[in-house]
Design a protein around this ligand. Structure first.
Ligand SMILES: *Cc1c(COP(=O)(O)O)cnc(C)c1O
Length: 438
């Protein structure tokens, strides 16, 4: 049996209908933006391995720092103990995070970073003896797969079996072009009712919701309304953080400052699982008390894992190099030029771009996550040596910053091929199996 067949006997993959899924692609090695499979094929990782990879695969500098840390201290309990990588990483994160953030709480993935923020927000009001019951979120949002994170996410097909178990959340429309006033009105109405603990949002780009984009000006207005009503602002920068939107954080486009920020994905450059929730001093102080019941009783076995923090520090070194910043600008410029070149093609409903994130929304009559188009486009990408995972009829590119011009050309060429398939100008065999991933 080869690797994929052995896998198929014993592994249960994420976001995968195991009954009908094609065999997984066995990857044996990565380098830069490329992944190499067991059967000798080469793939461009145009989705940065679920949006985590910033500097390319198996980066030698990160590998060296991780190896060094492994030989020094692999892990230590983080209650009652501390270590150099956690402290230095927190210091350096606070230097680049939006002004006002003053504390770092570590966890180990994006969903837990969100859970921690939600728990901080709810307990903040409890600790002040003014408990509040509700959280506001965007209708199409995605904040993770654990129960709290699911609760503040869209009521979508992903979470349908769990709806009765999710806590109630007030949803407002995403303020995309033309919908700004409506979204602001909805928030104002809710805010006036009182009883709202926090507003959680993906700043500027809603990732899993379909790379939905909106302007910083309207987010500033929403955040200002929240601030006036004492509602805590929680920025979920799990996807948008670390250069994705063209600046270090999407929040860097804003005037308003959040009370909390959730980080993961690019936090370690895609090397290790790590999450972090930062907060301002106002939140932190509400937990300082002689009464022990005011403590934030939350923690994970691998909280602030030293190897993960070492990877984060190394990734940050690379991110802050002028060369990387130039690459981010360069990718953004190339994306913009490509977007302009295809926006008027048939079946292209909309092209959206923010920094290194490019999304094309195709019109195929049925805009469903479960549409056949998704599987056809996904296989077409793989056949052309490019990993692109459509969100239904929306195809997006989120590349590692080290992607070369030639590799970007190949990605754009593949996207053009996809457009031809959608427009019916090119035949592509229907995949013999249906793959449901996000
Ligand atoms: C991916 C994602 C999460 C969840 O992160 P995981 O590490 O997959 O649990 C949360 N929020 C946003 C905006 C995300 O894109």
């Amino acid at each position: 049996m080869n690797l994929a067949e052995r896998d198929q006997h014993i592994i249960w993959h994420p976001y995968t209908q195991m009954k009908t899924a094609a065999l997984p692609v066995p990857i044996v090695r990565g380098e830069g933006a490329l992944l190499f499979s067991e059967d000798g094929k080469t793939y461009i990782d145009a989705v940065a391995s679920w949006w985590v990879n910033l500097h390319g695969h198996a980066h030698p500098y990160i590998a060296e720092k991780v190896a060094e840390q492994l030989r020094t201290l692999e892990h230590v309990i983080f209650a009652g103990f501390t270590h150099e990588p956690a402290v230095t990483f927190a210091e350096r994160l606070l230097q680049i995070l939006p002004a006002g953030q003053s504390r770092i709480f570590y966890s180990d993935n994006g969903s837990t970073a969100v859970e921690v923020a939600i728990k901080m927000a709810i307990q903040y009001w409890n600790n002040l003896d003014t408990p509040k019951k509700k959280i506001i979120a965007f209708r199409d949002s995605y904040h993770g797969d654990t129960f709290g994170a699911m609760s503040v996410s869209a009521r979508s097909a992903f979470t349908a079996p769990f709806w009765p178990f999710l806590f109630e959340v007030e949803f407002i429309d995403v303020p995309t072009a033309g919908k700004e006033e409506e979204s602001i009105k909805q928030l104002e109405k809710l805010a006036a009712q009182g009883d709202i603990a926090a507003f959680i949002y993906e700043p500027l780009v809603l990732g899993t919701g379909g790379m939905i984009m909106y302007k910083p000006e309207v987010l500033d207005k929403l955040m200002a309304i929240c601030q006036q009503h004492g509602i805590l602002n929680i920025a979920d920068e799990v996807m948008t953080g670390f250069g994705r939107t063209g600046r270090t954080f999407a929040t860097d486009y804003l005037q308003q400052k959040p009370d909390m920020v959730c980080l993961s994905k690019g936090l370690t450059g895609g090397t290790m699982a790590l999450g972090a929730t930062s907060c301002n001093e106002k939140i932190y102080e509400a937990f300082l008390h002689d009464d022990r019941s005011k403590t934030l009783f939350h923690g994970h076995s691998y909280t602030a894992n030293p190897v993960a923090c070492a990877a984060g520090l190394a990734s940050l070194d690379l991110l802050l190099q002028p060369e990387t910043q130039e690459s981010i600008n360069h990718i953004a410029q190339r994306h913009a030029a490509f977007a302009a070149s295809i926006k008027d093609l048939p079946q292209v409903l909309e092209v959206r771009q923010q920094g290194t994130i490019l999304a094309i929304e195709f019109y195929d009559g049925a805009t469903s996550y479960f549409s056949d188009l998704r599987d056809t486009l996904y296989s077409f990408g793989l056949d052309n040596g490019v990993i692109l995972r459509p969100l239904g009829n929306i195809i997006y590119v989120i590349p590692p910053y080290c992607i070369t011009d030639a590799q970007l050309d190949q990605v754009y060429q593949t996207l053009k091929g996809m457009q031809e398939i959608v427009a019916g100008k090119r035949q592509h065999p229907r995949p013999d199996s249906i793959m449901l991933h996000d």
